[in-house]
Write a protein that binds this ligand. Structure first.
Ligand code: MD3
Ligand code: FE
Length: 205
C-alpha cells in the first residue's frame, strides 16, 4: 500500500499509490491526446505557456487572451473533451478517500505535459466553483520538484520531489495555496520517455 505523507493542512502525498496503474493511466492519456492533442495555451497577458495541456471529462480548463476558465468544448477541435476514463475516476475516488475527502466526484481532468526545461510558475487554482472539493494529482514519468507555497505569493515555497506513481491530494486549508513546478531536468523514463505527465482531477462545477 502507499506510504502516506502529510505535507500541510489538508495536503497529503500517497507515495507510489498509482505505481501499479501507471501504464494504464499513461495509455489512457495517449488515447486522449490522439483526439484532443497537447497544445501550448496562451495566457491573458499574451504569453505562451511552456507546459503543454489537454483535458478530459465534462469540462476542460483553458486559457487564452480572454482569460482562464472551464469550457465544455476543446477550442482546437470544436468537439467536447474526451470522456474521463473510468480508471481516472476510480483511482481519484480511492486516493481522495484515503486522504480524508470522501465523496469526491471530479468532472474535469487537466493533463499537463512537461519536457526538459518546462516549468509552471507559482499560481493558485481558483477557476473552480467549490473550493470545498480537493484537487487530486497523479505524476507519471520523469520526476519533478513541486513548489508548495502558502496563502500568499510572497511566501517562499517548499520543494517537494514527486515521482512516477505519486498521488497528491490538495484540499482544506491547502486548496488555495500558491504552487508550481520547477524546470524539469532532462532525463528518460521507461514509461513516458523524455517527459513528465501530470493529471489533476477537479470538481470544476
Ligand atoms: C496545490 N499542476 O495543473 S499538480 C495545475 O505538476 C498544476 O502539473 C502541477 O498546478 C503539475 O494547476 C501541480 C499538484 C497541485 C494541483 C493543484 C493544487 C497542487 C495544488 C491546488 C492547490 C494547491
Ligand atoms: Fe495548479
Amino acid at each position: 500500500m502507499a506510504r502516506i505523507e502529510r505535507i500541510g493542512e489538508g495536503a497529503t502525498v500517497l507515495r507510489g499509490f498509482a505505481i501499479e496503474d501507471a501504464a494504464r493511466l499513461f495509455d489512457a492519456v495517449c488515447a486522449i491526446a490522439a483526439v484532443a492533442p497537447f497544445r501550448r495555451m496562451v495566457t491573458p497577458g499574451g504569453f505562451e505557456m511552456s507546459v503543454q495541456m489537454t483535458n478530459c471529462g465534462a469540462l476542460g480548463w483553458i486559457t487564452d487572451r480572454k482569460g482562464y476558465r472551464y469550457e465544455r468544448r476543446d477550442p482546437e477541435t470544436g468537439e467536447n473533451w474526451p470522456p474521463m476514463p473510468a480508471v481516472f475516476l476510480e483511482l481519484g475516488k480511492r486516493a481522495s478517500a484515503e486522504a480524508g475527502f470522501a465523496g469526491f466526484f471530479p468532472d474535469s481532468c487537466l493533463i499537463n505535459r512537461y519536457e526538459a526545461g518546462t516549468l509552471l510558475s507559482l499560481h493558485q487554482d481558483r477557476n473552480e466553483r467549490d473550493f470545498g472539493a480537493p484537487i487530486v494529482s497523479f505524476s507519471l514519468g520523469l520526476a519533478a520538484v513541486f513548489l508548495f507555497g502558502g496563502a500568499e505569493r510572497s511566501h517562499r515555497p517548499r520543494r517537494i520531489p514527486l515521482e512516477s506513481g505519486d498521488v497528491v491530494i490538495w484540499g482544506g486549508a491547502s486548496r488555495l495555496a500558491f504552487h508550481g513546478v520547477a524546470p524539469l531536468s532532462a532525463s528518460v523514463h521507461p514509461l513516458t520517455g523524455d517527459c513528465r505527465i501530470n493529471l489533476t482531477l477537479r470538481k470544476a462545477l
